[in-house]
Write a protein that binds this ligand. Structure first.
Ligand SMILES: [Zn+2]
Ligand SMILES: [Zn+2]
Length: 178
């Protein structure tokens, strides 16, 4: 994959649109964020729409996330439909607001009006697919706060800390009043 080939000049997009297909074997597009376990494969179609560019298509890959609870790495499949409107940064009209409001599933990204950076669009779409809560499994038990044992693998027998329990204070009061 040559990233330079994914920088498309607005004026080079023909009236019928432009279709591109590419693979990023090493995951260069998102290297600074997540490693990948499957190449990034993308298919996009660019269509001029006045001074905007509509980008549609699909991106597929598998990335490696680390679990928020147990810190273990796990593969996460990404299959995202791309439906993006690129609009020149300088334009800020009420008309555009309306476009945004009527098209729910349409992401709006700004560009300089000259060069469509397909690589950046695809990168953005992959990152948007990453969930806020990254869990290896909904039922992940996490790590023991005392000894750090991964509780999915085995239990450690540590006693849970009690000092913050409101019942500890209650018990003391009951004893002293009697
Ligand atoms: Zn986990
Ligand atoms: Zn423990």
């Amino acid at each position: 994959m040559n990233r330079e080939e994914l920088k498309i000049k607005f004026e080079d997009i023909p009236p019928e649109g432009l279709s591109l297909e590419f693979a990023d074997e090493k995951g260069d597009l998102i290297r600074d964020c997540y490693p990948i376990s499957h190449p990034i494969q993308a298919r996009v179609h660019l269509q001029r729409w006045g001074i905007d560019v509509k980008v549609t298509g699909e991106v597929k890959t598998e990335i490696v996330l680390s679990c928020d609870r147990c810190l273990k790495e796990f593969p996460f499949k990404v299959t995202e439909r791309i439906n993006v409107l690129l609009e020149p940064r300088a334009v800020l009209s009420r008309l555009k607001e309306e476009v945004r409001l009527t098209k729910d599933d349409l992401d709006v990204i700004f560009f300089d009006g000259v060069t469509v950076e397909v690589d950046e669009v695809v990168r953005e779409e992959i990152l948007l697919a990453v969930p806020m809560r990254k869990l290896c499994d909904e039922a992940c038990k996490g790590l023991c706060p005392v000894c750090g044992q991964n509780l999915n693998e085995k239990s450690c027998g540590c006693k849970p800390a009690l000092k913050d329990s409101p019942f500890a204070i209650l018990k003391k009061l009951v004893v002293s009043s009697g």
